[in-house]
Design a protein around this ligand. Structure first.
Ligand SMILES: *[C@@H]1O[C@H](CO)[C@@H](O)[C@H](O)[C@H]1NC(C)=O
Ligand SMILES: *[C@@H]1O[C@H](CO)[C@@H](O)[C@H](O)[C@H]1NC(C)=O
Ligand SMILES: *[C@@H]1O[C@H](CO)[C@@H](O)[C@H](O)[C@H]1NC(C)=O
Ligand SMILES: *[C@@H]1O[C@H](CO)[C@@H](O)[C@H](O)[C@H]1NC(C)=O
Ligand SMILES: *[C@@H]1O[C@H](CO)[C@@H](O)[C@H](O)[C@H]1NC(C)=O
Length: 317
Protein backbone atom coordinates (compact mmCIF):
# COMPACT_ATOMS: atom_id res chain seq x y z
CA UNK A 1 0.00 0.00 0.00
CA UNK A 2 1.35 3.44 -0.84
CA UNK A 3 -0.10 6.61 0.60
CA UNK A 4 0.59 9.95 -0.88
CA UNK A 5 0.44 12.84 1.54
CA UNK A 6 1.50 16.40 1.36
CA UNK A 7 4.59 17.35 3.28
CA UNK A 8 2.76 19.16 6.08
CA UNK A 9 0.52 16.22 6.92
CA UNK A 10 3.45 13.89 6.74
CA UNK A 11 5.61 16.02 9.00
CA UNK A 12 2.90 15.82 11.64
CA UNK A 13 2.51 12.11 11.16
CA UNK A 14 6.20 11.35 11.16
CA UNK A 15 6.99 13.48 14.19
CA UNK A 16 4.26 11.68 16.10
CA UNK A 17 5.42 8.31 14.91
CA UNK A 18 9.19 8.39 14.94
CA UNK A 19 9.99 11.29 17.19
CA UNK A 20 12.49 14.06 17.09
CA UNK A 21 15.12 12.78 14.68
CA UNK A 22 12.69 13.17 11.84
CA UNK A 23 11.24 16.42 13.10
CA UNK A 24 14.13 18.67 12.16
CA UNK A 25 14.38 17.20 8.71
CA UNK A 26 10.74 17.29 7.76
CA UNK A 27 9.46 20.43 9.42
CA UNK A 28 11.99 22.90 8.05
CA UNK A 29 10.84 24.43 4.78
CA UNK A 30 13.29 24.17 1.90
CA UNK A 31 15.38 27.28 1.44
CA UNK A 32 14.23 29.60 -1.31
CA UNK A 33 11.12 27.55 -2.01
CA UNK A 34 9.06 29.62 -4.41
CA UNK A 35 6.84 27.26 -6.32
CA UNK A 36 4.96 24.26 -5.14
CA UNK A 37 5.11 20.93 -6.86
CA UNK A 38 1.90 19.62 -8.38
CA UNK A 39 1.72 15.85 -8.19
CA UNK A 40 -1.02 15.76 -10.79
CA UNK A 41 1.07 17.74 -13.25
CA UNK A 42 4.17 15.70 -12.40
CA UNK A 43 2.30 12.48 -13.22
CA UNK A 44 1.22 13.90 -16.55
CA UNK A 45 4.81 14.91 -17.36
CA UNK A 46 6.21 11.51 -16.43
CA UNK A 47 3.52 9.83 -18.52
CA UNK A 48 4.70 11.86 -21.49
CA UNK A 49 8.26 10.77 -20.74
CA UNK A 50 7.17 7.13 -20.51
CA UNK A 51 5.35 7.33 -23.84
CA UNK A 52 8.50 8.51 -25.62
CA UNK A 53 9.93 4.98 -25.27
CA UNK A 54 7.24 3.61 -27.60
CA UNK A 55 7.86 2.93 -31.27
CA UNK A 56 7.66 5.78 -33.80
CA UNK A 57 4.66 4.11 -35.50
CA UNK A 58 2.38 4.34 -32.50
CA UNK A 59 3.78 7.71 -31.44
CA UNK A 60 2.95 9.29 -34.79
CA UNK A 61 -0.73 8.41 -34.25
CA UNK A 62 -0.48 8.76 -30.46
CA UNK A 63 -2.12 5.37 -30.08
CA UNK A 64 0.22 3.67 -27.60
CA UNK A 65 -1.18 2.36 -24.33
CA UNK A 66 0.94 4.94 -22.51
CA UNK A 67 -0.55 7.67 -24.71
CA UNK A 68 -3.90 7.65 -22.90
CA UNK A 69 -5.56 9.19 -19.85
CA UNK A 70 -3.78 12.35 -18.69
CA UNK A 71 -1.84 12.70 -21.96
CA UNK A 72 -4.65 11.80 -24.35
CA UNK A 73 -5.34 14.59 -26.79
CA UNK A 74 -1.65 15.34 -27.43
CA UNK A 75 -1.19 16.29 -31.09
CA UNK A 76 2.11 14.87 -32.35
CA UNK A 77 3.78 16.91 -35.05
CA UNK A 78 7.06 15.10 -35.63
CA UNK A 79 8.71 11.97 -34.26
CA UNK A 80 12.47 12.35 -34.59
CA UNK A 81 14.58 9.21 -34.52
CA UNK A 82 18.27 8.72 -35.02
CA UNK A 83 19.09 5.03 -35.45
CA UNK A 84 22.86 5.52 -35.36
CA UNK A 85 22.76 7.38 -32.06
CA UNK A 86 19.79 5.34 -30.76
CA UNK A 87 17.90 8.49 -29.88
CA UNK A 88 14.29 9.58 -30.19
CA UNK A 89 12.22 12.69 -29.54
CA UNK A 90 8.62 13.73 -30.08
CA UNK A 91 7.48 17.27 -30.86
CA UNK A 92 3.84 18.27 -30.72
CA UNK A 93 1.10 20.32 -29.15
CA UNK A 94 -0.25 19.61 -25.67
CA UNK A 95 -3.76 21.01 -25.14
CA UNK A 96 -3.52 20.34 -21.38
CA UNK A 97 -0.45 22.56 -21.17
CA UNK A 98 -1.48 24.96 -23.99
CA UNK A 99 2.14 24.58 -25.04
CA UNK A 100 4.47 23.11 -27.56
CA UNK A 101 5.95 19.97 -26.06
CA UNK A 102 9.31 18.36 -26.83
CA UNK A 103 9.84 14.93 -25.24
CA UNK A 104 13.19 13.10 -25.22
CA UNK A 105 13.53 9.36 -24.74
CA UNK A 106 16.29 7.88 -22.59
CA UNK A 107 18.61 5.10 -23.64
CA UNK A 108 17.03 1.72 -24.49
CA UNK A 109 16.61 -0.84 -21.69
CA UNK A 110 19.33 -3.38 -22.37
CA UNK A 111 22.29 -1.04 -21.88
CA UNK A 112 21.54 0.76 -18.61
CA UNK A 113 24.54 -0.69 -16.77
CA UNK A 114 26.99 0.21 -19.54
CA UNK A 115 25.58 3.63 -19.98
CA UNK A 116 25.71 4.46 -16.28
CA UNK A 117 29.20 2.99 -15.94
CA UNK A 118 30.43 5.27 -18.71
CA UNK A 119 28.99 8.28 -16.92
CA UNK A 120 30.86 7.30 -13.77
CA UNK A 121 34.20 7.35 -15.51
CA UNK A 122 33.97 10.10 -18.10
CA UNK A 123 34.56 13.65 -17.06
CA UNK A 124 35.38 15.55 -20.24
CA UNK A 125 33.45 18.75 -20.75
CA UNK A 126 33.11 21.20 -23.61
CA UNK A 127 32.31 24.86 -23.56
CA UNK A 128 28.66 25.66 -24.12
CA UNK A 129 28.66 28.16 -27.00
CA UNK A 130 25.57 30.15 -25.97
CA UNK A 131 26.68 30.61 -22.37
CA UNK A 132 29.35 32.49 -20.38
CA UNK A 133 32.91 31.39 -21.21
CA UNK A 134 33.35 29.21 -18.15
CA UNK A 135 30.09 27.28 -18.67
CA UNK A 136 30.78 23.73 -19.80
CA UNK A 137 28.65 20.66 -20.45
CA UNK A 138 29.38 16.95 -20.58
CA UNK A 139 31.07 16.13 -23.85
CA UNK A 140 29.02 12.96 -24.45
CA UNK A 141 25.66 14.67 -23.96
CA UNK A 142 26.79 17.56 -26.14
CA UNK A 143 27.79 15.21 -28.97
CA UNK A 144 24.51 13.28 -28.69
CA UNK A 145 22.62 16.54 -28.96
CA UNK A 146 24.58 18.22 -31.74
CA UNK A 147 25.93 15.35 -33.87
CA UNK A 148 22.75 13.28 -34.02
CA UNK A 149 19.87 14.76 -35.97
CA UNK A 150 18.00 15.71 -32.77
CA UNK A 151 19.09 19.33 -32.39
CA UNK A 152 18.29 20.15 -36.00
CA UNK A 153 15.09 18.12 -36.37
CA UNK A 154 13.45 19.19 -33.11
CA UNK A 155 14.21 22.79 -33.97
CA UNK A 156 12.72 22.45 -37.46
CA UNK A 157 9.64 20.71 -36.00
CA UNK A 158 9.12 23.53 -33.48
CA UNK A 159 9.29 26.07 -36.31
CA UNK A 160 6.63 24.12 -38.20
CA UNK A 161 4.45 23.98 -35.10
CA UNK A 162 4.85 27.72 -34.46
CA UNK A 163 3.95 28.42 -38.06
CA UNK A 164 0.77 26.42 -37.64
CA UNK A 165 -0.32 27.67 -34.22
CA UNK A 166 1.72 30.81 -33.55
CA UNK A 167 4.62 31.05 -31.11
CA UNK A 168 3.77 29.03 -28.01
CA UNK A 169 5.31 28.49 -24.61
CA UNK A 170 7.55 25.41 -24.78
CA UNK A 171 7.69 22.56 -22.30
CA UNK A 172 10.67 20.20 -22.63
CA UNK A 173 10.42 16.82 -20.92
CA UNK A 174 12.86 13.93 -20.58
CA UNK A 175 13.81 10.91 -18.51
CA UNK A 176 17.41 9.79 -17.93
CA UNK A 177 19.60 10.58 -20.97
CA UNK A 178 16.42 12.18 -22.32
CA UNK A 179 16.60 14.57 -19.35
CA UNK A 180 20.14 15.61 -20.32
CA UNK A 181 19.05 16.20 -23.92
CA UNK A 182 15.98 18.09 -22.71
CA UNK A 183 18.27 20.33 -20.64
CA UNK A 184 20.44 21.12 -23.68
CA UNK A 185 17.34 21.69 -25.79
CA UNK A 186 15.99 24.14 -23.18
CA UNK A 187 19.36 25.92 -23.16
CA UNK A 188 19.13 26.36 -26.94
CA UNK A 189 15.60 27.71 -26.75
CA UNK A 190 16.65 30.28 -24.17
CA UNK A 191 20.02 31.32 -25.55
CA UNK A 192 19.78 30.72 -29.32
CA UNK A 193 16.12 31.37 -29.97
CA UNK A 194 15.65 33.90 -27.16
CA UNK A 195 12.38 32.32 -26.08
CA UNK A 196 11.39 33.21 -22.53
CA UNK A 197 8.40 30.94 -21.80
CA UNK A 198 10.36 27.72 -21.40
CA UNK A 199 9.71 24.97 -18.89
CA UNK A 200 11.99 22.01 -18.33
CA UNK A 201 10.75 18.89 -16.58
CA UNK A 202 13.14 16.00 -16.04
CA UNK A 203 13.06 12.65 -14.25
CA UNK A 204 16.25 10.88 -13.17
CA UNK A 205 18.38 13.39 -15.05
CA UNK A 206 22.18 13.03 -14.80
CA UNK A 207 24.35 16.10 -14.11
CA UNK A 208 24.64 17.88 -17.47
CA UNK A 209 27.23 20.58 -16.93
CA UNK A 210 29.37 22.47 -14.43
CA UNK A 211 28.49 25.04 -11.80
CA UNK A 212 28.81 27.95 -14.24
CA UNK A 213 26.37 26.22 -16.61
CA UNK A 214 23.89 25.60 -13.78
CA UNK A 215 24.22 29.24 -12.67
CA UNK A 216 23.73 30.57 -16.16
CA UNK A 217 20.60 28.46 -16.56
CA UNK A 218 19.35 29.71 -13.22
CA UNK A 219 19.92 33.25 -14.50
CA UNK A 220 17.43 32.75 -17.33
CA UNK A 221 13.64 32.71 -17.25
CA UNK A 222 13.69 28.91 -17.23
CA UNK A 223 11.13 27.20 -15.01
CA UNK A 224 12.80 23.90 -14.12
CA UNK A 225 11.57 20.90 -12.19
CA UNK A 226 14.12 18.12 -11.81
CA UNK A 227 12.52 15.11 -10.15
CA UNK A 228 14.72 12.54 -8.40
CA UNK A 229 13.53 9.30 -6.79
CA UNK A 230 14.87 7.76 -3.57
CA UNK A 231 18.27 6.19 -4.44
CA UNK A 232 18.17 6.46 -8.23
CA UNK A 233 21.80 6.12 -9.35
CA UNK A 234 21.55 8.32 -12.44
CA UNK A 235 21.23 11.74 -10.76
CA UNK A 236 24.42 10.86 -8.82
CA UNK A 237 26.50 10.85 -12.04
CA UNK A 238 28.66 12.34 -13.50
CA UNK A 239 30.22 13.09 -10.12
CA UNK A 240 30.51 16.51 -8.49
CA UNK A 241 34.22 15.94 -7.86
CA UNK A 242 34.72 16.10 -11.63
CA UNK A 243 33.13 19.56 -11.48
CA UNK A 244 29.56 18.71 -12.44
CA UNK A 245 26.67 20.48 -10.77
CA UNK A 246 22.92 19.91 -10.97
CA UNK A 247 20.36 22.46 -12.05
CA UNK A 248 17.83 23.64 -9.51
CA UNK A 249 15.09 22.97 -8.66
CA UNK A 250 15.08 19.39 -7.51
CA UNK A 251 11.96 17.66 -6.26
CA UNK A 252 12.88 14.49 -4.39
CA UNK A 253 10.37 11.68 -4.42
CA UNK A 254 10.98 9.91 -1.15
CA UNK A 255 9.41 6.76 0.22
CA UNK A 256 9.73 6.00 3.90
CA UNK A 257 8.51 2.91 5.69
CA UNK A 258 7.04 3.15 9.15
CA UNK A 259 7.52 0.74 12.02
CA UNK A 260 9.70 -2.36 12.04
CA UNK A 261 9.15 -6.11 11.99
CA UNK A 262 8.64 -5.98 15.74
CA UNK A 263 6.59 -2.82 15.67
CA UNK A 264 4.09 -2.88 12.87
CA UNK A 265 2.36 -1.41 10.97
CA UNK A 266 4.85 -1.39 8.12
CA UNK A 267 3.45 1.21 5.81
CA UNK A 268 5.11 3.02 2.93
CA UNK A 269 4.60 6.74 2.68
CA UNK A 270 5.59 8.57 -0.44
CA UNK A 271 6.15 12.30 -0.51
CA UNK A 272 7.68 14.83 -2.79
CA UNK A 273 10.14 17.24 -1.21
CA UNK A 274 10.72 20.53 -2.97
CA UNK A 275 14.40 21.39 -2.64
CA UNK A 276 16.32 24.66 -2.53
CA UNK A 277 17.71 26.77 -5.37
CA UNK A 278 21.30 25.49 -5.13
CA UNK A 279 20.91 22.48 -7.41
CA UNK A 280 22.69 20.35 -4.82
CA UNK A 281 20.43 20.61 -1.78
CA UNK A 282 22.00 18.48 0.93
CA UNK A 283 18.63 17.73 2.40
CA UNK A 284 17.35 16.15 -0.79
CA UNK A 285 18.83 13.26 -2.77
CA UNK A 286 22.33 14.44 -1.84
CA UNK A 287 21.51 13.66 1.81
CA UNK A 288 21.69 9.95 0.94
CA UNK A 289 23.73 9.94 -2.24
CA UNK A 290 26.55 12.45 -1.83
CA UNK A 291 29.18 9.74 -1.45
CA UNK A 292 30.20 7.71 -4.47
CA UNK A 293 28.56 4.30 -4.35
CA UNK A 294 25.94 5.24 -1.74
CA UNK A 295 23.06 5.14 -4.22
CA UNK A 296 23.06 2.46 -6.86
CA UNK A 297 19.40 1.82 -7.61
CA UNK A 298 18.38 1.27 -11.20
CA UNK A 299 14.94 0.17 -10.00
CA UNK A 300 14.32 3.65 -8.59
CA UNK A 301 15.49 5.04 -11.93
CA UNK A 302 12.87 3.10 -13.86
CA UNK A 303 9.86 4.24 -11.90
CA UNK A 304 8.83 7.81 -11.18
CA UNK A 305 5.67 8.94 -9.36
CA UNK A 306 4.34 5.42 -9.76
CA UNK A 307 4.81 5.35 -13.53
CA UNK A 308 7.16 2.74 -15.04
CA UNK A 309 9.73 4.13 -17.49
CA UNK A 310 12.20 2.73 -19.93
CA UNK A 311 11.90 0.19 -22.71
CA UNK A 312 12.54 -3.53 -22.69
CA UNK A 313 10.98 -6.35 -20.72
CA UNK A 314 8.11 -5.47 -18.42
CA UNK A 315 7.95 -1.99 -19.88
CA UNK A 316 6.00 -2.63 -23.06
CA UNK A 317 4.26 0.24 -24.74
C1 LIG B 1 7.25 -0.85 0.92
O1 LIG B 1 8.35 -0.63 0.06
C2 LIG B 1 9.29 -1.69 0.05
C3 LIG B 1 10.48 -1.27 -0.77
O2 LIG B 1 10.07 -0.74 -2.01
C4 LIG B 1 8.59 -2.95 -0.49
O3 LIG B 1 9.51 -4.02 -0.51
C5 LIG B 1 7.42 -3.29 0.41
O4 LIG B 1 6.71 -4.38 -0.12
C6 LIG B 1 6.49 -2.10 0.55
N1 LIG B 1 5.50 -2.39 1.56
C7 LIG B 1 4.20 -2.17 1.39
C8 LIG B 1 3.32 -2.46 2.56
O5 LIG B 1 3.74 -1.74 0.33
C1 LIG C 1 -1.72 5.56 -38.09
O1 LIG C 1 -2.76 6.24 -38.79
C2 LIG C 1 -2.72 6.03 -40.19
C3 LIG C 1 -3.77 6.92 -40.82
O2 LIG C 1 -4.97 6.91 -40.09
C4 LIG C 1 -2.97 4.54 -40.45
O3 LIG C 1 -2.92 4.29 -41.83
C5 LIG C 1 -1.88 3.73 -39.77
O4 LIG C 1 -2.12 2.35 -39.91
C6 LIG C 1 -1.81 4.06 -38.28
N1 LIG C 1 -0.65 3.40 -37.69
C7 LIG C 1 -0.69 2.81 -36.51
C8 LIG C 1 0.57 2.15 -36.05
O5 LIG C 1 -1.69 2.78 -35.80
C1 LIG D 1 18.63 21.71 -40.36
O1 LIG D 1 19.31 21.05 -41.42
C2 LIG D 1 18.91 21.51 -42.69
C3 LIG D 1 19.54 20.60 -43.74
O2 LIG D 1 20.89 20.32 -43.45
C4 LIG D 1 19.36 22.98 -42.83
O3 LIG D 1 18.97 23.46 -44.09
C5 LIG D 1 18.66 23.79 -41.75
O4 LIG D 1 19.09 25.12 -41.78
C6 LIG D 1 18.92 23.21 -40.39
N1 LIG D 1 18.05 23.91 -39.44
C7 LIG D 1 18.39 24.18 -38.19
C8 LIG D 1 17.40 24.94 -37.38
O5 LIG D 1 19.44 23.81 -37.72
C1 LIG E 1 18.96 36.43 -29.56
O1 LIG E 1 19.54 37.51 -28.84
C2 LIG E 1 20.89 37.76 -29.17
C3 LIG E 1 21.44 38.79 -28.22
O2 LIG E 1 20.49 39.78 -27.94
C4 LIG E 1 20.99 38.17 -30.64
O3 LIG E 1 22.33 38.38 -31.00
C5 LIG E 1 20.39 37.04 -31.51
O4 LIG E 1 20.36 37.42 -32.86
C6 LIG E 1 18.99 36.69 -31.06
N1 LIG E 1 18.55 35.50 -31.79
C7 LIG E 1 17.33 35.35 -32.30
C8 LIG E 1 17.05 34.06 -33.00
O5 LIG E 1 16.48 36.22 -32.21
C1 LIG F 1 23.22 36.81 -15.09
O1 LIG F 1 22.70 37.82 -15.94
C2 LIG F 1 23.28 39.09 -15.76
C3 LIG F 1 22.53 40.09 -16.64
O2 LIG F 1 22.31 39.59 -17.92
C4 LIG F 1 24.77 39.01 -16.09
O3 LIG F 1 25.37 40.26 -15.89
C5 LIG F 1 25.42 37.96 -15.20
O4 LIG F 1 26.77 37.80 -15.56
C6 LIG F 1 24.71 36.63 -15.35
N1 LIG F 1 25.25 35.67 -14.41
C7 LIG F 1 25.55 34.41 -14.78
C8 LIG F 1 26.04 33.52 -13.69
O5 LIG F 1 25.40 34.00 -15.91
Amino acid sequence: MVFTLNLGTLALFVTTLVGTSARNFFSTPARGQDSSFSLEEGRMMVTYAAASYCSPDVLRNWTCERCSDSVAGFVPKTVVTDEDWDLQAVVGYSPQLSSALVIFRGTKGSSWENWIHNLMTTKSQVRHPGMPKDATVHDGFWRSWTRSNLQNRTSVALDALFEERGVLPVVVVGHSLGGALATLCAADLLTERNLTAVRLYTFGCPRVGNYAFASAMRNTTLDNTRVTHDRDIVPTVPFTHFGFHHLAREVWQRTITTGSKKHPPRLNFTMEITCDGSGEDRRCQDSLCRYVGACTSIEDHLEYLGVPLGGGKGHEC
